[in-house]
Design a protein around this ligand. Sequence first.
Ligand SMILES: O=C(O)CCC(=O)C(=O)O
Ligand SMILES: [Fe+2]
Length: 295
Amino acid sequence: MKKFKILNNLNYTDDDIVKVVNDIHESGYGKLESVLSKTLCEDLANAADDIEKDKLKLIEQKSLITKTLSKSIKNGQIFIRNVILDKPELFMPLIDLKPIMLVLEKIFKDIFILDGLGISKSQKITKRKFTITPPHVDSHIVSPNKNHILDIVACICLDDFTKYNGATKVWPKSHKSGVLVHKDPKYKNKIPSGAIDLICSKGDIFFFTGQTWHQIGENRNNKRRWGILSHYKRWWIKPSMDYTKCGKNIFKKLNDTQKILLGFTSRSPSPTSGRLKTILDISKLSDDYEKAITS
Ligand SMILES: O=C(O)CCC(=O)C(=O)O
Ligand SMILES: [Fe+2]
């Protein structure tokens, strides 16, 4: 069985990686420019459009129950989870993209997993009663200490992100504030000042820490704005999606890094297993899917 293809021809240098890691520590966010080719981004964005059409049709026919998507649409965002399972050939090679791995290794200095991956698009709000998702953090707790970053979000920009089509907003240095902005009564009906728009070109990848305040920007010109949002966490945090349920056909095509990211080597042992530790060395993981998820 052939593995998922590896994406080569990525544009970045070791210095770029060092700089973006420093920026993330210093400001709570950072950006790598022109990493993926424009044609690859266009292909992925068109595939995202197709997935969106399919899902919306299924929602209309009431044959798809997806609270995440239906809820997000109302708030000026199309957010579709699990595209790595819907179209694995296209999206799986992106979870372990080399420059993203290099950045995360330097920040976590520990094993990390994929918490969740979704495609996200800012959508013009047509109904008055809906409002854009407020500023928030993606982490569950604040962890302002540089060595205690629990999670990182990486966004691969498939379209240009501009001031007018809903570029993501971040609050520089908010990662050190110790405040969960969406839970703080001070910001209940008040947008904090100091946000900047993450203006990007298609092919750029930006990162922010899980505790950095951020918000999807409002799409005012109706121009498409797809991003692939991948959320990575330290291995001992329960991920929001159990990707070990991906099935044997996908499992067989994963490389070792992808297996680690999808949680196959950080499953708690089954009661019948003789295993003591939660972390399993990748060399000990069975190639047989059933064994891999029951040991
Ligand atoms: O797509 C974006 O700009 C950000 C979306 C976001 O913050 C989220 O889905 O948690
Ligand atoms: Fe978020």
